[in-house]
Write a protein that binds this ligand. Structure first.
Ligand code: ADP
Length: 229
């Protein structure tokens, strides 16, 4: 099994190339994430964190450079194969939960599995197990509007992990929560990640949370560099 779950090799990305509002966001950015490693991505707003996460998660393509997930070059895949790889291998969590409002917490974790061809009964068993691990199994039948902010994010973590990806990408996952809830929800996320042996790249402004990860990297002038904590 390949030990580098995510490999970003000399990724460059420019928006509005050749126009007056051209902005080069990434300039030969490189990053390796080993299996089971949890890395904090720390940088000010506008530095390119979301762009980097979108490229790593196959939601966007780089102008140049290579993205490998589980050792496989994803930059050469066509749209269909890239979407399939993303669905199987990558989980996303955002600042806002983005749960489907008309479905229960359980259904929100079951649906991505059905879309991935998992049988309904197996999908439900896995969803209940995930919800239980983050302490919201007693909210399984509630719709998102009936959940607290912290509970919504816990369910969003379960949804991201529903298809047992090898890589979790998170963009300020506790950014909308008050400090106490943020701390608890982050601990739940870390426990879930450690439990499943997942690799994670987590963008955050919160240095205290960043220090609880395995290491920290920053984005500066379009390049990724290590931060010594
Ligand atoms: P961060 O997540 O660190 O706040 P982003 O990756 O969202 O940074 O954005 C980095 C820079 O790229 C910003 O200057 C932003 O305005 C610009 N940008 C992001 N997406 C686009 C886009 N689709 N078109 C043009 N400019 C963009």
């Amino acid at each position: 099994m390949n030990e580098d779950v995510l490999s970003l090799e000399a990724i460059s990305k420019t928006y509005n190339a050749g126009k007056p509002n051209e902005v080069q966001v990434l300039d030969q950015a490189s990053l390796l994430l080993k299996r089971g490693e949890v890395v904090a991505l720390v940088a000010p707003s506008g530095a390119g964190k979301s762009t980097l996460l979108h490229i790593a998660g196959l939601l966007d393509t780089p102008d140049t450079g290579v993205v490998r997930i589980d050792g496989k070059d994803m930059t050469r895949l066509g749209d269909h194969a890239r979407t399939a790889a993303r669905r199987r291998q990558v989980g996303f969590v955002y600042q806002f939960h983005h749960l489907l409002p008309e479905f229960s917490a359980l259904e929100n974790v079951v649906l991505p599995q059905l879309a991935n061809g998992i049988a309904a009964r197996m999908a439900e068993t896995r969803a209940r197990d995930l919800l239980q691990r983050v302490g919201v199994d007693n909210r399984a039948d509630h719709r998102p509007a009936a959940l607290s902010g912290g509970e919504q994010q816990r369910v969003a973590f379960c949804r991201a992990l529903a298809n047992a990806p090898s890589l979790l990408l998170a963009d300020e996952p506790t950014g909308n929560l008050d400090p106490v809830t943020s701390d608890q929800v982050f601990a739940a996320l870390m426990a879930l990640v450690r439990d499943t042996g997942l690799s994670a790249l987590i963008a955050t402004h919160n240095l205290e949370l960043a220090r609880r990860m395995d290491r920290m990297v920053k984005l500066d002038e379009g390049q990724v560099s290590m931060v010594l904590s």
